[in-house]
Write a protein that binds this ligand. Structure first.
Ligand code: URA
Length: 391
């Protein structure tokens, strides 16, 4: 490997913040410094490779950051989907909702260029130190495992810089169904992992059949959801209920009563990417999605639905790790961990743009067909496992 250029005046001229090296007195001195630098660079390269292999290829920016996500304090067990009001202190009352009933247009994400190269270098070095100290303090005991950041490819919606998602080791192997959801809800606890906790009244975990055929994923709670603790209960939620009902009726019309029975508000599962209401119903920030994203992933793993419908841009871009516009992604199945994902418009968008209902209905009919296909692939008399577990 070629040695780096020697640190003479000409190699440092013009680089802000880099001091000239005046210690070079003889060719022997110079060679020693070159060798020293070479070994430092080699060491740094090895460290960077090691970090990348560990999934860290981005590092936090140096400016003010929300508190580092950390495992929550143990919280009392609570019912899935409905938070024990006594277990969660009521925070600042929700103010007026400028996007009444979830009707306001989702804001376009604000992008910036991300940290500059010089910041990157410092940030990578900080990440290296933090990571090394985490490794050094790790013990094989049952102590809570520190969350780790995982590069997610494309930045999720609303990101202002390339983000890396927090991976919670405790949620990597949750059981399916009710027990898995209970464990996830308990792990979330009275969450303080991102700034959304400051404005919420309640965490909105999710609601519905713990072994559904179909799961809907929205963006985040609005005012009505924040007040009730349940997802999609406002005007957009009412429209979603009608959409699900129409799906059930269509399945019945097609001659699939067993599928129709799964397509009701009670039999599907509904949750959001972020569990706390973003102030003013703004689009969740990348940091917030990064802190919360592990929960919806774990929920979907526990739910193991046959099909997922992503409602709007945020869940679509998040689940598909694809920053293409929703208009381009909707109407065709993507994939999340082997589960077909149908991206479509958010019901709040439909309330403002009823002409888009026809496109959404087309998307939902494709979902029905996909479920029919799965049903038809089953042997006669087959009782789907979720049916067995959820009579
Ligand atoms: N919009 C969402 O994305 N989620 C809700 O729960 C309600 C409205």
């Amino acid at each position: 490997m070629a040695h780096p250029p020697s640190p003479t005046a000409s190699s440092t001229d013009g680089l802000p913040g880099v001091q000239r090296l005046d210690v070079v007195r003889s060719p022997g001195d110079e060679q020693a410094i070159v060798d020293e630098l070479h070994s430092v660079v080699t060491g740094l390269r090895a460290r960077l490779t090691w970090l990348k292999q560990g999934g860290i290829d981005a590092a936090p920016a140096p400016s003010p950051r929300p508190a580092r996500p950390r495992p929550s304090a143990p919280s009392p067990p609570v019912g899935v989907g409905k938070l024990d009001p006594a277990a969660v202190p009521v925070r600042a009352a929700a103010s007026g909702d400028p996007r009444a009933s979830q009707n306001a247009p989702p804001r376009e994400p604000e992008y910036d260029a991300g940290p500059r190269d010089t910041d990157d270098a410092a940030a990578i070095a900080r990440a290296a130190v933090e990571s090394a100290s985490r490794m050094a303090t790790r013990t094989p005991s049952a102590a809570p495992k520190p969350p780790v950041r995982k590069a997610t490819g494309d930045a999720p919606a609303g990101s202002s810089r390339p983000s890396s998602e927090v991976v919670y080791p405790e949620l990597q192997a949750v059981p399916s169904g009710t027990e898995g959801l209970r464990i996830i809800r308990e792990f979330i606890g009275d969450c303080r992992r991102c700034n959304l906790c400051h404005g919420r009244n309640q965490i909105v975990f999710g609601d519905g059949n713990p072994t559904p055929w179909l799961a809907f994923v929205g963006e985040g709670p609005g005012a009505d959801e924040d007040r009730t603790g349940l997802p999609f209960v406002g005007a957009a939620g009412e429209l979603l209920s009608k959409m699900i009902k129409a799906m059930g009726e269509h399945a019945l019309k097609l001659g699939f009563p067993e599928l129709a029975a799964q397509l009701s508000r009670e039999q599907v599962y509904i949750a959001n990417v972020v569990k706390c209401r973003p102030p003013g119903n703004r689009v969740p920030e990348a940091d917030e999605i990064a802190a919360c994203g592990g929960f919806i992933r774990a929920q979907l793993t526990a739910l193991s639905p046959r099909v997922i419908v992503a409602l709007g841009r945020t869940p679509t871009q998040f689940l598909l790790a694809n920053s293409a516009p929703l208009g381009r992604l909707r109407g065709q199945f993507g994939d999340w961990q082997g589960v077909p994902v149908m991206p479509t418009y958010h019901p709040a968008y439909l309330l403002r743009t009823p002409s888009a209902k026809a496109q959404v209905w087309d998307d939902l009919k494709l979902v029905i067909l996909r479920l029919v296909e799965q049903l038809s692939a089953s042997p006669p008399g087959f009782v789907p496992p979720s049916h067995e577990r959820n009579p």
